[in-house]
Ligand binder design. Structure first.
Ligand SMILES: *Cc1c(COP(=O)(O)O)cnc(C)c1O
Length: 482
């Protein structure tokens, strides 16, 4: 598969280059040149595979010929072996009626981001060791992404990872999930400032071309196509499991409800649909940061202020992966995407005409769920089923429950985090304080390692160069860096 930029001006790249590329050089995002197709008969042949085998089979469609299925099979097996419930790492739980929960919190850091990042960390190592190159990952986190990225990159030979978090502004569990990781290539830095300061520092490093090339800076956020590709797997897995479990015909339509922030997770579901998976509807759940809900209602994407909510991983206004959907919605006309994105940057808004909005509405519906409704949903699910869900998951469930769909159609709500990651919100709703799984129980006793730095790019640069030691300057300059 070859990859093209949504903005049409960056070089076309094979998969292994896209893994390392991050943002395209024209500011766009990489997309596969075409959607691989899975016929109903292909779908049948996938039914008996384990999660890891399915991952290898589907990823091969995106990674070939640069990376072969046999290599992906070893990599996927290794990535998912440590998950709870292995080999069934993405179980489907009935919630009554036609509603099901797809549990994606059985990885090392208890959020769905593990499912893709555990693959991405290993892909980095594979591609870099072939080339004899190193990269330096630098990222800012307000919570979940940092720990998932650190777990995925720890002990990888060809890279160092630096994660910046705002000192004193992440929860104890979140900080400890990062700072108790004892690996020589993991570097935690607490910045004396806010999350925005951390992000500004990361941007400053990426904008320093000399530093960026010498350290071969790379990103792990969901603009990386490999993350989206790895997330497609669990949508296939869910549809395959639904049809074995209930004697439904494989190929009859299913709806998914996805709690959404950066539009990465739901974009993977959209990709699965384009590949032929029988998905009738995608329900996008948002918290009070409802820019997407407003877009799907009106056709206008208009930026607003960011509110703090019970679902902090969705406290986002600009969903960067939406650009990938827009590219398809405009029949892959990159000039239209460039125009809309420029308008958005300059005025904080863009609008699509009625016929495009109607087309989007054939795939997506969107639901806003404020904190009160989130709490009410956590409580209702607990009372009705005895199941405890986290606030992000509750928003997906609320979206699923508001769906207007044929009565017999299964609806799968995506559970994106373990409730013990957000114990306060869960306790307030149910009276029950969820506990961490056994393997994380001594998290609060393990020693922490992190360095405290002022919010100053020069100091950060020096610290990174010092930590890289002999590896400083060994990242060979390549065309697709960023
Ligand atoms: C990151 C995250 C989300 C949002 O996912 P996107 O891919 O950004 O839409 C939802 N829930 C949890 C728990 C997350 O960590």
């Amino acid at each position: 598969m070859r990859y093209i930029s949504t903005r049409g001006e960056a070089p076309v790249l094979p998969f292994d280059d896209v893994v390392l590329a991050g943002l395209a050089r024209d500011g766009g995002l990489y997309m596969p040149e075409s959607w691989p197709q899975i016929s109903p008969r292909d779908l049948q042949s996938l039914q008996r595979l384990t999660y890891a085998e399915l991952a290898a089979r589907l990823l091969a469609l995106f990674a070939g010929p640069a990376i072969e299925e046999a290599e992906l099979a070893m990599l996927a097996e290794d990535a998912y072996r440590s998950f709870d419930g292995y080999p069934d790492v993405a179980p489907l739980t009935p919630l009554g009626g036609n509603l099901h929960l797809l549990e994606l919190f059985h990885g090392p850091t208890l959020a769905f981001k593990d499912y893709a990042l555990q693959i991405l960390g290993r892909l980095f190592d594979l591609v870099l060791s072939r080339r004899g190159e190193r990269i330096t990952i630098v990222g800012a986190t307000s919570g979940d992404t940092g720990s998932a990225a650190i777990e995925a990159c720890r002990d990888r030979e060809m890279l160092d990872i630096f994660i910046l978090h705002p000192k004193g502004r992440v929860s104890d569990v979140q900080r400890r999930q990062m700072t108790t990781v004892d690996a020589p290539n993991v570097h935690n830095i607490a910045i004396e400032g806010t999350f925005d300061d951390c992000q500004d520092l990361v941007k400053a490093l990426f904008n320093d071309a000399a530093f960026r090339d010498r350290t071969r800076l790379a990103a792990v956020n969901s603009i990386n196509w490999a993350r989206i590709a790895a997330q497609i797997v669990y949508y296939f897995h869910a549809v395959l499991r639904l049809s074995t479990g209930e004697n439904r015909t494989l190929g009859s339509p299913v709806a998914f409800a996805v709690p959404t922030g950066n539009f990465g997770n739901v974009l993977a579901a959209y990709a699965a649909r384009r590949m032929g998976l029988p998905i009738a509807k995608l329900m996008v759940g948002s918290n009070c940061n409802d820019i997407l809900t407003r877009f799907f209602a009106s056709g206008t994407m208009k930026i607003g202020p960011v509110f703090t909510t019970l679902s902090p991983s969705m406290d986002i206004q600009v969903s960067s992966n939406f650009e990938r959907y827009l590219f398809d919605l405009y029949d892959r006309d990159s000039a239209s995407v460039v125009g809309l994105m420029r308008q958005f940057r300059e005025t904080g808004a863009f609008a699509v005409p009625a016929e495009r909005l109607q087309q989007a509405g054939e795939t997506f519906t969107a639901v806003r769920c404020d904190d009160a409704a989130t709490t009410a949903t956590i409580r209702a699910i607990y009372e009705e089923t005895g199941k405890i869900v986290d606030p992000h998951t509750a928003i997906g469930i609320a979206a699923a429950r508001s769906a207007v769909l044929p009565a017999e159609m299964p609806v799968v709500a995506v559970a994106t985090a373990h409730p013990a990651k957000f114990p306060d919100a869960v306790e307030a709703a149910t009276g029950v304080r969820p506990s961490l799984p056994e393997r994380l129980a001594e998290l609060m006793q393990r020693p922490e390692r992190y360095e405290v730095l002022p919010a100053d790019a020069g100091t950060l640069r020096k610290t990174i160069i010092g930590r890289l030691g002999g590896n400083w300057g060994t990242g060979r300059e390549k065309g697709a860096s960023s």
